[in-house]
Design a protein around this ligand. Structure first.
Ligand SMILES: NC(=O)c1ccc[n+]([C@@H]2O[C@H](COP(=O)([O-])OP(=O)(O)OC[C@H]3O[C@@H](n4cnc5c(N)ncnc54)[C@H](O)[C@@H]3O)[C@@H](O)[C@H]2O)c1
Ligand SMILES: N[C@H](CO)Cc1c[nH]c[nH+]1
Ligand SMILES: [Zn+2]
Length: 433
C-alpha cells in the first residue's frame, strides 16, 4: 500500500517532509560503489569497462566489440517492423520540430558608450548520450538525446547503452541511425559514464554527457561533473497527478503505474481534493497490478515510494506540487490551464485529462529527459541549450574606452590589481596624446 496522507491531519507536515526526503537515488551505498567504478575505469580503461560489463550486464566482450560496427547495425535493424519504423520516424519528426524552435539567436549591438557588445552560440564538439537499458530498453531516449544535439550542431555523438546478456534492441540502433548518431557502444552504468568522461583506449572522451539512467548512472554523472559537462540529474522516473473526482480512477491508476513500472525507485503520487476518489484510484492500481506484466517493479515502487494525498482545494494542491517539484506533473482537473499557471517547479506539465504522460515519453515533441529528485526547482528538461555554449563578445572603440575606461581603472585600484588598471591606463594615455 502507498502512504495515505491528508493535509488536515495533525502529523501531515512531518509525513510530507519525510516523503520529500526519501532517498531514492543518492544513497551513500550507491555513491560509494560508483566512486570505485569510476576510479577503476580511470586506472585501467577498457580492461575495467570489460570486466564491469561482464559483471553487471552478464556479457563477455573484447575491446574490439565494445562498439557496434556499421555492418552489425545494418543487420540488426532489419528486424524492425514497418509499423515500428513508422512510429519512430513520427516521433523523430515531432521531436525535431519542437527542438528546432529552441535554437537561440546570436546578438550584437552598439551601446550608448559606443562599445560593440554581444554573444555568440556554439555547439559542444563531442557529446556522450546515455541511453538506459537495464530494466527496460529505450529507443525513445535515443531520439530525445540525439535530436537536440544534432539540432544544436554537435559534431560527434556517441551513445552508450547497456545490452544485458548481449541482447541488443534493434529499435535502439535504428533510432540512432535516424538521429544521425556516430558511435554506439554496448556498455552502461557508471562504467559507461566514466569511459565517456575520461576516455579509454577505444572510447574517445566527450565534452558533455547527457541522458537519463538509474541511481548508478545519476551518481556517476554527479561525480564526473567538472571533468565534463552534464545536463542534469535525470534519475528514476516520477509522476505527480493532481486529479479531481471527475476522472476515471482507472485512467489515473494507469498514469501512476506508467512511471512506477520504470524502476523500483520510481515514485508516483496522487493529489486529490476528494478522499473517496483517492481510495478508488488506489483500488484501481491494485486491480491493475494483478495483471500488469511489470507488476513486480511497479508494485514495489508504489508500495515503497507511492502516496495519495488529500487536500482541501486545488490551491493547496498547487502549493504542494511546487514543494515536490516533480519530474512529470499531470493536471486532470476542470480548468487545467488555470491550475498550470499556479505551478512553477515541474520538469514537464501535462495539461488536461486527454494528455497522459506517456504521450510526452514518446511522441508529444517536448523532451522526456527531465530533472528528478526535486531538481526541477533549479533545472530543466534536456534541450538544444544543453549542447550549446554562449561566448560573450566585446569591442571597444577609442571613444568607448575614453568613456568607460576610467571606471575600470578605478575599480582595479580598489581591488589592488595594478596590472589590470595599468592595461587600461596605457591605452588612455595614448589616446590623450
Ligand atoms: N528522468 C528521466 O528523464 C528518465 C528517462 C528515462 C528513464 N529514466 C529512468 O532511467 C532508469 C533506467 O534504469 P535501468 O536500470 O533500466 O537502466 P540503466 O541503463 O540506467 O542502468 C543499468 C546499468 O546499471 C548498472 N547497475 C545495475 N545494478 C548495479 C549495481 N548493483 N552496482 C553497480 N551498477 C549497477 C549496470 O551497469 C547496468 O548496466 C530508470 O530509473 C528510469 O526511471 C529516467
Ligand atoms: N518516463 C521516462 C522519463 O522519466 C521516459 C520514458 C521513455 N520511455 C518510456 N518512458
Ligand atoms: Zn515513462
Amino acid at each position: 500500500m502507498p502512504q495515505f496522507l491528508d493535509t488536515t491531519d495533525a502529523g501531515f507536515e512531518d509525513a510530507f517532509v519525510a516523503l520529500l526526503g526519501m532517498k531514492r537515488e543518492d544513497s551513500p551505498d550507491v555513491d560509494a560503489v560508483v566512486a570505485d567504478i569510476i576510479a577503476d575505469v580511470r586506472k585501467r580503461g577498457d580492461a575495467a569497462v570489460l570486466e564491469l560489463t561482464a559483471k553487471f550486464d552478464r556479457m563477455e566482450l573484447t575491446a574490439d566489440k565494445l562498439r557496434f560496427s556499421e555492418a552489425e547495425i545494418e543487420e540488426i535493424i532489419q528486424q524492425v517492423s514497418d509499423e515500428e519504423r513508422a512510429a519512430l520516424e513520427l516521433a523523430a519528426e515531432r521531436i525535431r520540430a519542437y527542438h528546432e524552435r529552441q535554437m537561440p539567436e546570436d546578438a550584437r549591438w552598439e551601446d550608448a558608450a559606443g562599445a560593440s557588445l554581444g554573444w555568440r552560440w556554439s555547439a559542444v564538439s563531442a557529446a556522450g548520450l546515455y541511453v538506459p537499458g537495464g530494466l527496460a530498453s529505450y529507443p525513445s531516449s535515443v531520439l530525445m538525446n540525439a535530436i537536440p544535439a544534432k539540432v544544436a550542431g554537435v559534431e560527434r555523438l556517441a551513445i552508450v547503452v547497456p545490452t544485458p546478456d548481449g541482447v541488443a534492441n534493434p529499435l535502439v540502433l535504428l533510432a540512432a541511425k535516424i538521429a544521425g548518431v556516430d558511435e554506439v557502444y554496448r556498455i552502461g552504468g557508471a562504467q559507461a559514464v566514466a569511459a565517456l568522461a575520461y576516455g579509454t583506449e577505444t572510447i574517445a572522451p566527450v565534452d558533455k554527457i547527457t541522458g537519463p539512467g538509474n541511481a548508478f548512472v545519476a551518481a556517476a554523472k554527479r561525480r564526473v561533473f567538472g571533468k565534463v559537462g552534464i545536463d542534469m540529474i535525470a534519475g528514476p522516473s516520477e509522476i505527480l497527478v493532481i486529479a479531481d473526482k471527475h476522472n476515471d480512477p482507472d485512467w489515473i491508476a494507469l498514469d501512476l503505474m506508467s512511471q512506477a513500472e520504470h524502476d523500483e525507485s520510481a515514485q508516483s503520487i496522487l493529489i486529490t481534493d476528494d478522499g473517496d476518489f483517492g481510495r478508488a484510484v488506489a483500488d484501481a492500481v491494485d486491480k491493475r497490478l494483478e495483471t500488469l506484466e511489470r507488476r513486480a517493479i511497479a508494485g514495489a515502487s508504489w508500495r515503497d515510494f507511492g502516496a495519495v494525498i488529500t487536500v482541501k482545494d486545488m490551491e493547496e494542491a498547487a502549493a504542494l506540487s511546487d514543494r515536490i517539484a516533480p519530474e512529470h506533473l499531470e493536471l486532470c482537473v476542470e480548468d487545467a490551464d488555470a491550475l498550470s499557471e499556479k505551478v512553477t517547479h515541474a520538469g514537464a506539465i501535462f495539461i488536461g485529462g486527454w494528455t497522459p504522460e506517456a504521450i510526452g515519453d514518446y511522441v508529444g515533441g517536448p523532451n522526456h529527459v527531465l530533472p528528478t529528485a526535486r531538481s526541477a526547482r533549479f533545472s530543466s528538461g534536456l534541450s538544444v541549450m544543453d549542447f550549446l555554449k554562449r561566448t560573450t563578445l566585446a569591442r571597444m572603440t577609442p571613444d568607448a574606452l575614453r568613456a568607460i575606461g576610467p571606471a575600470a581603472e578605478r575599480l582595479a585600484k580598489s581591488e589592488s590589481l595594478e596590472a589590470h588598471g595599468l592595461s587600461v591606463r596605457a591605452r588612455l594615455d595614448k589616446l590623450n596624446g
